[in-house]
Design a protein around this ligand. Structure first.
Ligand code: ATP
Length: 197
């Protein structure tokens, strides 16, 4: 079974592309959702977060998202510390999930594949590329936030173009090219590669 990463910038269309692969019967691990679940349910991770950020990081056993985001807000070192706890747990969670799958290939959808080093565990990485202005417009509409808020989020990630350069395959999500034929072509290619070894 091949392990395939799916990444791209904020609002590029990663989740949209991942849903098309799911329609084709390919299992998808959503890293963002999984990390939120782990922060609420994984006792070992919860203890590490409490040790690093204080008991206020949890309220009645639930992650106190507001407290934690205030603490790490614009503090590069604290964000790094939080990521150093959450990323390994998420990577381990993905690997464990993959072991239970039987499809010819599986997909891990994650914004921070290269930033977290999880590309080391993957056979290929697909990048979703979309013009930055369009990504901003889509993220603004989806989350009902301002252009400045989207840009502030973007500033916290590796820039989308550098990410795309590191990918093995690229899906273009602009207003000209259709997603479904591109995903179908890549699906055929990945099935072929998975059948070879
Ligand atoms: P993030 O990293 O911010 O979670 P993402 O890369 O997963 O974003 P999506 O959530 O898939 O991006 O897409 C952003 C928004 O744009 C969504 O509301 C989605 O429905 C819409 N969108 C994405 N691609 C298209 C498209 N080709 N046509 C129309 N709408 C699209």
């Amino acid at each position: 079974m091949k392990r395939v990463g799916l990444t791209g910038g904020i609002g590029s269309g990663k989740s949209t592309v991942a849903h098309i692969f799911e329609v084709l019967g390919i299992p998808v691990f959503y890293a963002d959702e999984a990390s939120k679940k782990l922060m609420n349910e994984d006792e070992e991770l919860k203890n590490k977060i409490k040790k690093a950020f204080g008991n206020n990081a949890y309220l009645n056993g639930e992650l106190n998202r507001k407290y934690l985001s205030d603490v790490v807000f614009n503090d590069h070192e604290k964000i790094k510390l939080l990521n150093s706890l959450v990323h390994p747990a998420t990577i381990e969670g993905a690997l464990h999930w993959m072991q239970g799958q039987t499809a010819p290939y599986v997909i891990k959808e994650a914004a921070l594949i290269f930033e977290s080093g999880s590309n080391k565990d993957l056979d290929y990485v697909i990048g979703v590329k979309s013009p930055v202005e369009l990504s901003i417009k889509r993220a603004m509409a989806r989350d009902n936030i301002t252009e400045e808020q989207v840009k502030a989020r973007m500033d916290k990630q590796m820039d989308a173009e550098s990410k795309i350069r590191l990918c093995d395959y690229v899906i273009v999500n602009d207003e000209q090219q259709m997603l479904i034929p591109q995903v179908l072509a890549l699906h055929e290619k990945l099935l072929e590669l998975a059948a070879k070894n």
